[in-house]
Design a protein around this ligand. Structure first.
Ligand code: PA5
Length: 439
């Protein structure tokens, strides 16, 4: 795999990376074991034949619709949004004549009412994505959309629904079984934040017309060597995902509490949100981990960058660039002398110069920085990035001695919210709530 990482300003000499580098053999064995046991579908999905078959089987069905309303939250939505914003940025703007994807990933009354009022039921497919099949923010919207479809389509309501959920368990699987709703599975052992390359992210991508094969091929290039049964410690030691994981673990040992994800591909800003969830939910455990901070150039140069440059010295940075962005229009040649330096130059040159300036300034101010340089802003490169960051996150968790695949802390808030809505059981949470509210 051609390395997309530039380590020049990573401050490797000031970090104790050797501590982790020497664990490459151990990590290679663990990768082999867990992949062999089917525990790491993130590494095998991009070349899963069944997934391709499932997606092929959906193509004709999806073609019938102009709108897709995706109900999902967290990992069940953020990957799809990142792909949508990066590759179909104008799909919800005037003049757009292709399919439209709407992502409902909040308990947002205004948005929901707008969907109910404006979407044409016959030409809309409602895709409900929930691995557990029980997330109330998602399932709650499903209940409402189900009634809406019934009201408009009568007995045919289920023909415009698609469910993406666990193969065997959960409330939504029950709905599939009871009503014969079309469904695709989320593989076992695949957490939401690692699921963008499964049906979870690929159905919306396919609907929008994305070259899903290229996306998967890009990811495969990165993850296939990690899932290879013949993987050795030496091969792993040279792999970008392992190197990034080592860097991440060593940074946090030195007190770098924040990891900025600064992208200079403006349309890829939503990958920052995707990465933030991936890194935070996977690694923020047992009082450890670095807080991911998404930022987009050049907008955030004129906002939070002051803090990045000159605030608390606890920040490191992943800096995403692409030297081959569209050039855009040229600046007029008769600009005033004050702006002579841009006369006749392409608009796109400006963001490259600004990216270079910020990257250099951050480096000079002592922020350890790894540049991720993509050859193009294409689905294939997006696949590479997803594969790289997902694998690095898993490996970083292992190096830190924590489980990167669970998210125990976010469960408490969910249980308390349920208790507040008077869900059955939850006696302890209800008592806690009572005392918290002094009632
Ligand atoms: O990454 C995760 O596991 C979470 O963010 C989940 O995706 C999120 O909580 C939604 O869960 P579910 O897909 O079960 O509805």
């Amino acid at each position: 795999m051609a390395d997309i990482l530039d380590w020049t300003n990573a401050h490797l000499d000031t970090l104790d990376t050797a501590l982790y580098e020497k664990r490459a053999d151990e990590m290679a064995v663990r990768l082999q074991q867990e992949t062999g046991a089917g525990k790491l579908p993130f590494l095998t999905m991009p070349y899963a034949a069944q997934l391709r078959k499932d997606l092929d089987g959906l193509k004709d069905f999806l073609r019938k619709f102009d709108h897709m309303l995706l109900l999902g939250i967290g990992g069940s939505a953020l990957g799809a949004r990142a792909l949508q914003k990066a590759f179909y940025p104008r799909q919800d703007q005037p003049g757009h004549d292709g399919p439209s994807l709407w992502i409902a990933d909040n308990v947002d009354t205004y948005a929901l009412e707008a969907y109910l009022a404006k979407l044409p039921p016959k030409k809309t497919v409602v895709v409900t994505v929930s691995k557990s099949g029980g997330t109330i923010e998602t399932v709650g919207q499903y209940f409402i959309l189900k009634e809406w479809m019934k009201g408009h389509l009568g007995d045919d309501w289920h023909r415009n629904m698609l469910l993406v959920t666990d193969e065997e368990q959960g409330f939504l699987r029950g709905e599939v079984n009871e009503y014969g709703i079309r469904a695709l599975p989320v593989p076992d052992n695949l957490g939401g934040r690692y699921s963008v390359l499964s049906a979870v992210g690929l159905i919306p991508a396919l609907f929008l017309g994305m070259d899903v094969e290229s996306l998967m091929a890009g990811a495969q290039e990165v993850v296939a060597p990690l899932a290879d049964p013949g993987l050795t410690g030496d091969t792993l030691a040279g792999h970008s995902a392992f190197r990034l994981a080592v860097w991440g673990a060593a940074l946090q040992d030195k007190g770098f509490a924040e990891l900025i994800f600064f992208t200079y591909i403006p349309l890829w800003a939503s990958f920052g949100d995707w990465f933030a969830q991936l890194w935070a939910e996977s690694l923020g455990k047992e009082g450890r981990g670095s807080q991911p901070v998404p930022a987009v150039g050049v907008t955030d140069q004129h906002s939070v960058n002051q803090m990045f440059m000159d605030g608390v010295r606890n920040k490191a940075c992943l800096f995403l660039t692409c030297p081959n962005l569209p050039a855009g229009p040229k600046f007029p040649t008769d600009l005033p002398d004050k702006f002579a330096y841009v006369r006749g130059k392409e608009f796109g040159e400006l963001i490259q110069a600004e990216g270079l300036g910020t990257r250099m300034a951050l480096s000079k101010s002592g922020v350890p920085l790894v540049e991720m340089r993509l050859g193009a802003d294409s689905p294939r490169q997006a696949g590479k990035l997803i594969g790289l960051l997902g694998a690095a996150t898993i490996l970083c968790g292992w190096l830190m001695g924590i489980n990167p695949l669970d998210q125990p802390a976010v469960e408490l808030g969910k249980r308390l919210a349920k208790a507040r809505m008077d869900a059955e059981g939850l006696a302890e949470e209800k008592a806690d709530l009572k005392s918290f509210l002094n009632t």
